[in-house]
Structure formats: structure tokens, C-alpha cells
Design a protein around this ligand. Sequence first.
Ligand SMILES: [Zn+2]
Length: 385
Amino acid sequence: MSLPSPAEQLRHFQKRQKEIVETIRQLVELESPSDVKQSVDRVSTVLASRFGELGGKIKFHPSEKFGKHLQIDFQPRGNKAMPVLLLGHMDTVYPIGTISKMACKVSKGRVFGPGVLDMKAGVALAFHAIEAMLTWNDGKLPRPVRVLLVSDEEVGSGSSRPITEKLAREAASVLVLEPAYGANGALKTARKSVGEYTIQVTGVAAHSGLDFEKGQSAVIELAHQIIEISKLVDIKNGVTLNVGRASGGTRTNVVPATATASLDVRVASANHMGEIDRRLKALRPVNPHCSISISGKINRPPLERTEAVVALYKQAQEVARELGFDLQEAAVGGGSDGNFTAALGIPTLDGLGAVGEGAHAEHESVVIEELPRRAALLAGLITAV
Ligand SMILES: [Zn+2]
């Protein structure tokens, strides 16, 4: 049996557009916030059974706090090539019950629903791409394929990171099923690193009328620190720090003894990563009667646009060209699990999921007519890399 031409492959997925949408709906309707273990477990079980029906070997990686991470292996007999790793996540940022206000629906050529773009559609695309490739190749894949779907990506991937890193080390390359960038479906060839820090200030409380001069205001100290922190912003070099939350004090007539702020840190290159961490931890109180403590860390290293990343992107462009469309690339501020694998030096390409808009927002949706193209792109890339 000879492999269908790219145009035939695309037609195959166009004919199955409805089934792809149905899989997406099935996944979206199973709500799966990162912090509700049994809900994510359910998605994991459902996906295990669907991938299992395709002949994938299922392995659950249990987690005490989070849903069981799901690994699926397709190992064509006798094929000793290194697997390509398809990397995704099953969890979403939406609490249970969101589906009743944000129902999964098809309208205006899109599928709407919580987590549909980020990234249940991406998981569905991987499933249908593998299913099609098995049909085209007499029930075998042209090369070993490994899928890893984790359950804690939206909360930093603390539990899944070691698994992701281990499987990435065993892979020839990593294709990340996160949504594409923008309306034209660009791939993500650079992502910033992401970190979160908290600064805690302790001063001395006093009655603001009776003992004002005995007080040492933690709020004023925090204000100084926030100004210092904002001086570290370096837009040109892709370094941003955002104090997204600040609070302190108890009531207006008390000099505040405590104040705290939390910040989000994003850095474009590994060089800046350590430096920002050092400079944050080196902050000292302006008022010697106050004390400060900084905790936190850079959670994800940056996904840098290395030669290996570019080479993978070029291959994707070639596959897209054969399918009859143009593929762009983009650098984005957000991080994904692709940041971990790229930092290990494993060729990583991100943004291979669906095209749509509104990730983490009320209008989250994916464009239906793009789905066949994305599935064909994924299938083509799995074969090419
Ligand atoms: Zn995501």
C-alpha cells in the first residue's frame, strides 16, 4: 500500500472533520481543572481507552495530587528509530461548572468551550493524526511515536516535569500540541521563561495617632521595593517583571507591620534568567528597621530559537507547502512544557495544536475548517522528522 499524497491526506482529514469535532466535544465536556484530580483522571482514562483502541501501549504515571499523566507508545515492530514525542496536557484553567455557563457549542464555523483551544483540540488532533497514519500504513506507523499528556501544565508542571524531561531525552524531537499563534496559525519557535516570586515585608506596627514615630511601615518599604523591581524591566532584551498583586496593612489607623507582593517574571534568553533571579534575591530593605524576604523561582527556562528549533520549523514549512499552505513562526511570552524539552537541547517545535482564539477566556474557540490542515501537518511532520 502506498502512502497517500499530501493532497489526499488533507482530503482524508477534511472528510473526517466531523469526527475530529466530536472528539473535541467529548474532551471539552469532560471538565478537567488542574486541581481536581478525579476529573483529570477521568479524561486520562477516556483518552487511554481511545488511544488503546488504536493499538497504543498505555502507561499511567500516577500522581498523588494531580490527575494521572498518560503516556501512549506506538512502536512499529522492528523499527528502531527514536520516537517522536507528541507533548500535550489534559488540564485546563476552568473550575468545574464552567461548562454550564460556557457550553461546548459549534457556531460560526468554530467550536467553543472551556479549554477547547488550550488544548483539548490539540489532543484530538494528535489522536486523529495517528489514527489516519495507521490507516494509511496498514495498521503500522512509519516510525515510533510516543504521546505524553500531562495533567498539571496549567499550574506549572511540578509533578510531570521529570517525566516530560525523561521522555524528551529519549526522543528524536518534540512536537508540542499547544495552540498555534494568531489567526494564521503560526508555530511557536521561541517562548519566554516564566517565573513567579513573592516578596514579604515586615515592619513594626504602631498606632498612627499615639505612636506614629514608633511605627515602621511595611507598606512604604514594599512601595520602595516595587520601584526597584520595576527598574529590572528591560523590554529590548525581552525581560519583563509584573507586580500583579500587592497588599499590606490592616486598617488606616495602624502603621502597617506587614505587606506582600507577587510578581510574574518573563525572560527571553537563558543568560538573563540567572541574573534576574540573583538581582531579585539581592534586594535589601531601604528602611533598616524593616526586613524583607523574597521567595520564588524561574519555573520554566526559555524556549530559545536555536538551530535545532529552526531546522524543525523548516521541515514543518516544507510539509505545509506540500499541503498547499504557508506556515509562519512567532515568538511568544507564555511558557509551555516545550520550554523544558527545548532547554535540554531536544529539537522542539511548539504551536502544533489548533488555530483559534481566546485561550483562558470566555470566547475560547477553535476554527473548524483549520482542523484538517493541522491534522495533516502533524501527520506529515511525524513522518518527516
Ligand atoms: Zn496549554
